[in-house]
Write a protein that binds this ligand. Structure first.
Ligand SMILES: C[C@H](O)[C@H](O)CC(=O)C(=O)O
Ligand SMILES: [Mg+2]
Length: 395
């Protein structure tokens, strides 16, 4: 049964905090409190990621309307520049087409932009369109996206929490806590000792059986990361995440050889497409890949990335992206748990990850979400139309 054709693609920017642009938070939020970054070698950019422009783009909302008036939508990052790409370039590959042609549409979006795209902003924009297309297909077929991906392989999702308080995450029922690393190489041996001391403190608060991880947000070099990994081994660090530049595949391969036996190396949230992940996998850069479904090329591309990982016995644990990753994770055997990014400033409470943009977003209770909570058409969430949606370009 053919689906109604696509009538119009629209792209909006949302400014002013929260949601997909999760780094755009007010003062005092844990996510912007002296976190190690590649810019921390400059003292003036060390305390706040917003100081070097982490929140400069804003959120991208893509809407795709079918001829029968059904609207699919998705939220990711990319803001106004991504709106331009969606409206002026990508929309032509959707309008007038059958929404079920997502493979051909993805291929045309990717290869038509390849001369200026391949990663980063352009693939953010492609991901936003792809997710809105899957949402539209689900709404038109009255099926949740996870059905379209093959159906749930387990009854519930279980989560680890990312935030500054793994001890509270444990009380809230999560299976683990991922801390942001605070000090990078520019803060020397003293900074390294502080990093280890924080982990030791959290280990003492959480007990031995709780997973603890460090997210290094691309801030380190191989030598520092190796020394950090060995120093943290005594405190049961489960994995070291995104320790070095995402371009340094050779460095990741070396780090993976260097870390203590049993410690995992993870990365990939700033990687994109099957070709980028093929490099990580074939060069044996890591144990777990962490694509962000809103940045890596969308669900269409994540399926290919995941198959590559599966064939090599690697896990895929997407970077926290709310319902956009939940519908995928629940359908894959090699995605046994998911990330929940704690967006409460403390973070002492579970709050929706993509607030205020999404309505009806499921959140973990006792560190879990039942698969049945995802049983609504599309991605099962609504766009909050109370927030200011600005459409800077049309076509
Ligand atoms: C906490 C990290 O620095 C970053 O903000 C989020 C992230 O990389 C992750 O959730 O993973
Ligand atoms: Mg990370």
């Amino acid at each position: 049964m053919p689906l109604p054709k696509i009538k119009e693609v629209r792209a909006f920017v949302v400014r002013g905090g929260g949601g997909a642009d999760y780094h755009d938070q007010g003062a005092g939020h844990w996510i912007d409190d002296h976190i190690a970054t590649p810019m921390a070698k400059y003292p003036e950019y060390r305390q706040s990621r917003q100081s070097f422009g982490i929140n400069v783009l804003g959120t991208l909302v893509v809407e795709i309307e079918a001829e029968d008036g059904t609207i699919g939508f998705a939220v990711t990052t990319g803001g106004e520049p991504a709106c331009y790409i969606v409206e002026k370039h990508l929309a032509r590959f959707l309008e007038g087409r059958d929404p079920a042609e997502y493979e051909k549409i993805w291929d045309q979006m990717y290869f038509s932009t390849q001369y200026y795209g391949r990663k980063g902003l352009v693939v953010n924009a492609i991901s936003g369109v792809d997710l809105a297309l899957w949402d539209l297909i689900g709404r038109l077929r009255q099926e949740p996206v996870h059905h379209l991906l093959g159906g749930a392989v387990r009854d519930e999702l279980q989560f680890y929490a990312t935030g500054a308080r793994p001890d509270i995450a444990k009380q809230l029922g999560f299976i683990g806590g991922k801390l942001p690393l605070h000090h990078g190489p520019a803060e020397g041996e003293e900074g390294l000792k502080k990093n280890v001391a924080l982990l030791a403190d959290m280990r003492a608060r959480c007990g031995d059986d709780f997973w603890l991880m460090y997210d290094c947000w691309m801030a380190l070099d191989v030598n520092y990361a190796t020394r950090l990994a060995h120093a943290c081994h005594a405190h049961g660090l489960k994995w070291i995440e995104e320790a070095i530049s995402p371009d340094d595949y050779w460095g990741y391969a070396e780090l993976k050889r260097n870390v203590p036996a049993g410690m995992l190396v993870t990365t990939g949230e700033h990687e994109a497409t099957r070709w980028g992940f093929r490099m990580l996998l074939e060069m044996d850069c890591c144990d777990i890949i962490q694509p962000d479904v809103g940045w890596c090329g969308g669900v269409t591309e994540l399926l290919k990335i995941s198959a590559l990982a599966d064939a090599r016995g690697k896990l895929v644990v997407p970077h926290g992206s709310s319902v956009y990753s939940y519908h995928f994770v629940v359908t894959r055997h090699n995605s046994p748990f998911a990330e929940f990014l704690m967006m409460h400033p403390g973070p002492t409470e579970v709050v929706p990850m993509f607030a205020p943009q999404l309505l009806g977003e499921p959140v973990p209770v006792n560190g879990r979400i039942r698969a049945s909570a995802l049983d609504k058409p599309g991605f099962g969430v609504e766009l909050n139309r109370e927030i200011p949606l600005h459409r800077p370009y049309t076509h």
